[in-house]
Design a protein around this ligand. Structure first.
Ligand code: AKG
Length: 254
């Protein structure tokens, strides 16, 4: 073979290898693009997997920061329309005649509640007992005993509840409240860092379950009508009655 032929075939071989290399790169690129596309198709959030996108903030919760949002989406639960309008009517029908005999209290500035009347009830009509059993079964695990007395709190239209944490002497780790008659805003504020807080929208007939960190590390309050705002919208608070079930307090060593 002449030298010219050998040189030409060497050049050809080089060109061929260069093409093959390019082809293999292209195949790798196509494979990569295909995998990325397929990942996206199978998991739409794969490309935005920050913790914020993985967690969905409940619509009743408006938190000052993501840490508060994370804690309260777990420990402050609200179940909208937990009872029907008919069931709300039956509960009110049983409670209102007794409450109407009491006067709303507007006592001292240091009282936790302003414009309220309250009572506790152990015995209920058969159909209301069924409702309250449903609340207790839903809120407390089977091993936990609910207090026999249910707390009834009637807040006047101009009534509100100031920030407080329920005494551990009187109730355990869970507070379950049916919120009746009027919407309102409950605010939870971190007891150690007042800049961390959340507003909770309580619609009539909803059930809230405040437990664990929400119950012990945050104060709770019900805002007066004039400052009842949730996500920028005024919440028209009028008279509101809550029916609150609590569990037995933990035993405290003497
Ligand atoms: O009315 C409510 O839902 C909460 C009442 C309350 O804060 C309390 O009794 O300690």
């Amino acid at each position: 073979m002449s030298l010219a032929v050998i040189t030409r075939s060497k050049r050809l071989t080089k060109t061929l290898f260069a093409h093959l290399n390019l082809c293999s790169l292209s195949i790798r690129w196509i494979k990569h693009e295909f995998c990325t596309l397929s990942n996206r198709l199978h998991s739409p959030n794969a490309s935005m997997s920050s913790p914020q996108h993985e967690r969905v903030c409940p619509d009743y919760l408006e938190a000052s920061d993501s840490n508060t949002e994370e804690i309260l989406s777990k420990d402050m639960l609200v179940h909208k329309d937990f009872i029907s309008e008919e069931e709300e009517h039956h509960l009110l029908e049983e409670m209102i005649p007794y409450l109407s005999r009491l006067r709303y209290e507007y006592a001292h500035w240091d009282n936790a509640i302003h414009g309220y009347r309250e009572t506790e009830r152990k015995h209920w009509t058969a159909r209301n007992k069924v409702i309250l059993e449903r609340v207790k079964q839903f809120a407390f695990p089977p091993t936990v005993s609910a207090l026999a007395y249910v707390h009834i709190l009637d807040l006047a239209e101009d009534g509100y509840i100031k920030p407080h944490i329920d005494a551990v002497r009187f109730c355990g780790d869970t507070i379950a409240g049916l919120s009746l008659l009027s919407p309102c805003v409950m605010r939870l504020v971190n007891d150690k860092d007042k800049m961390k807080f959340a507003n909770i929208l309580l619609q009539p007939r909803s059930l809230y379950i405040m437990k664990d960190r929400a119950r012990y590390e945050y104060t709770h309050e019900v805002l007066p009508g004039h400052s009842s705002v949730f996500k920028g919208q005024n919440v028209p608070k009028t008279r509101r009655i809550s029916v609150i079930c609590r569990n037995e307090p933990e035993e405290i060593d003497p």
